[in-house]
Design a binder for this molecule. Structure first.
Ligand code: HEC
Ligand code: HEC
Length: 303
């Protein structure tokens, strides 16, 4: 088109596209230079990216893949490499942890730190679902942060509990005991259970009826002291909790205590020896032991 044929809008001085609707003409406003050049840069960038990075998807007959690009970058490979590097770095420590006794691990700050850090990760992956991410516990799932233990709080006790579980019948060495269902198995009359409930509340320092508790004391002596001990302080060889502290696994209100005695609970924890390797179980024991106030990790590991 020669310049004479150009149609210029008189009002704005801008060329029109030549299109016209009902006397209204479309202006052909040029794109701003900065916009145009930025656009060219993005086009060049995109072409470069296509060449350098994996970009074009294709189906290789069995699965979807993508062109590798000249640098053949693969995020999966990068991650796998990082994991491998980390494992190689930790391997000597992991081997040392398996070989060392707990006393040796606790005395060696470096091993302690590796065990604590590894235990903390394994705990979040395997245990947090029942015990909580901070091991604070829930009703029926014990808090592992306090220094109050059902089955014992030495590091060997904890290791045993994690390895073989609690009432985990597939494991011959599991922690085992069975509080009788005093009500549903008709071992005690409801009145006796009410009385011994009051006695348990007295032991726990809760509001109770002194008269009923006095009757309940006899029931306790006969039926409960074999496991919970004559003074109510419990027995760790049977996982029988101390009933005289303010820590309640199932709750401290009258109905809950009554129900515990009526039905019994006998909670179960899985054995971990089939699912986790010995190094991981040892790391977990160190971690849980530290939570219970057993030992402090260094600041670096605690972070
Ligand atoms: C399916 C739920 C569940 C999971 C998962 C679980 N626990 Fe437990 N754990 C329990 C229950 C329930 C008890 C209490 C059993 C009882 O009443 O004796 C318990 C008790 C314990 C105890 C004994 C506490 C004490 O006072 O003696 C330790 C230690 C423990 N768990 C550690 C772990 C670790 C470490 C893991 C992860 C590897 C884990 N648990 C995973 C349910 C679970
Ligand atoms: C064979 C041992 C055994 C006998 C006998 C026994 N208990 Fe228990 N008791 C346990 C165990 C083990 C637990 C812990 C948790 C579980 O069952 O999961 C427990 C838990 C409890 C709890 C729950 C405490 C909490 O922290 O919430 C109460 C309350 C209780 N027992 C009261 C009694 C009373 C009362 C009697 C007698 C009438 C009795 N028990 C007899 C073993 C026994």
């Amino acid at each position: 088109m020669s310049s004479e044929h150009k149609d210029v809008d008189q009002h704005s001085g801008t060329e029109t596209t030549g299109h016209e609707w009902d006397g209204i003409k479309e202006l052909n406003t040029p794109l701003p230079k900065w916009w145009l050049y930025t656009f060219y840069v993005t086009v060049v960038w995109a072409l470069g990216y296509f060449i350098v990075f994996p970009a074009i998807p294709y189906f290789d007959g069995s699965k979807w893949d993508a062109t590798g690009g000249v640098i053949n970058y693969d995020q999966r490979a990068v991650v796998a490499e990082a994991v491998e590097e980390n494992e190689a770095r930790l391997k000597p420590y992991t081997e040392a942890i398996v070989k060392a006794s707990f006393q040796e691990i606790l005395a060696d700050q470096e091993l302690m730190d590796v065990a604590y850090a590894g235990g903390s990760i394994a705990f979040k992956e395997n245990c947090a679902g029942c015990h909580g991410t901070g091991a604070q516990g829930f009703v029926a799932f014990p808090n592992l942060n306090d220094d109050d233990w059902l089955w014992g709080g030495t590091i060997e006790d904890i290791h045993q509990t994690i390895t073989h579980g609690i009432r985990w019948e597939q494991d011959y060495d599991t922690r085992y005991s069975q509080m009788p269902s005093f009500g549903s198995d008709e071992i005690l009359e409801k009145e006796d259970i009410k009385d011994v409930t009051q006695y348990v509340m007295q032991l726990g320092g809760l509001d109770h009826s002194a008269e009923a508790a006095a009757r309940g004391a006899t029931v306790f002596e006969e039926q409960c002291s074999v496991c919970h001990a004559a003074d109510g302080k419990g027995d760790k060889t049977q996982g029988a909790p101390n009933l005289t502290d303010a820590i309640w696994l199932f709750g401290s209100d009258r109905e809950t205590i009554y129900e515990t005695i009526y039905y019994a609970r006998n909670s179960v924890m899985p054995a971990w020896k089939e699912r986790l390797d010995e190094a991981t179980i040892k790391k977990l024991a160190v971690y849980v032991y530290s939570l219970g106030g057993g030992v402090e990790p260094s600041d670096a590991a605690a972070r």
